[in-house]
Design a protein around this ligand. Structure first.
Ligand SMILES: [Zn+2]
Ligand SMILES: [Zn+2]
Length: 124
């Protein structure tokens, strides 16, 4: 059996390239390369993210791009989000994503409201 692959150096280089692509994709919203998981995972998900969805629409979608309030998604989940998702389900998801986003970026609820003109989390 002499057919073993032995290219550890090459694959390490490839990994570096992938993470570089990831960083620039965040800002410019170009098609995602391979190896991105769909972050929605709804029913019918293909598993592989090929595009980015801004979590807020209209004039706020640019702002979402800027601050990174977006999700990598497959085509199926993306159309599911835009077509025929239950309002309550969507709101609950947005609340979860808002929380996750606030934690990740160290934003308070007030920051979020000020920057993105929305608040999906109920105040106590
Ligand atoms: Zn999906
Ligand atoms: Zn979208």
């Amino acid at each position: 059996m002499a057919l073993k692959r032995k290219t550890p150096l090459k694959s390490k280089k490839r990994l570096n390239q992938i993470s570089k692509t990831k960083r620039s994709a965040k800002v410019r919203n170009k098609p995602l390369g391979e190896g991105h998981m769909c972050e929605f995972q709804f029913k019918g998900c293909t598993g592989v993210a090929i595009e980015t969805h801004e979590l807020l629409s209209g004039t706020l979608s640019n702002k979402c791009k800027q601050v990174g309030f977006q999700k990598k998604t497959c085509r199926n989940c993306h159309s599911r989000w835009h077509l025929g998702m239950d309002k309550k389900v969507r709101h609950a998801l947005l609340a979860a994503y808002q929380l996750e986003f606030m934690k990740k970026n160290n934003w308070t609820q007030e920051d979020f409201e000020r920057e993105l003109h929305n608040n999906f989390i109920e105040r106590k």
